[in-house]
Design a protein around this ligand. Sequence first.
Ligand code: MG
Length: 161
Amino acid sequence: MQLRIGNGYDIHRLVPGRPLILGGVRLEHPAGLGLAGHSDADVLVHALMDALLGALSLGDIGTHFPPEDERWRGADSLELLERVMALVAERGWQVLNIDTVVVAERPRLKPHIAAMRAAIASRMGLVPEQVGVKATTNEGLGPTGREEGIACHAVALLHQP
Ligand code: MG
């Protein structure tokens, strides 16, 4: 059995007048902020897609879904994730598990983690036990700590049976 591992990272700015979507779940920020971006700016799913693409040395999401391409304006990142999973499957690879860490001061993510894991798992053809979603604050430090943005780290482990 061949194994491949990939990692991904992304950060998006928190701004007024935008939705806050993480892991395919729409959340409410206590200050009414959301994530800026060309697509729906789901920073969790973006980091995850880069981990999957990285595992197979397929470049990054900027290569596959360039921000200057009008097709991806306001795109549902879960639909982009399905496209990435199709690339993985076409090459004969399967995902063993993925794990993610969202870095955000607010809102509190714990009540929403089960919904995020379920949304991601269903789009990836996985069960929620294969999908790790964790959340941490940055203890008030740096851009995420000052709530200038929300960041996410992700890893993915793939195998070729
Ligand atoms: Mg992004």
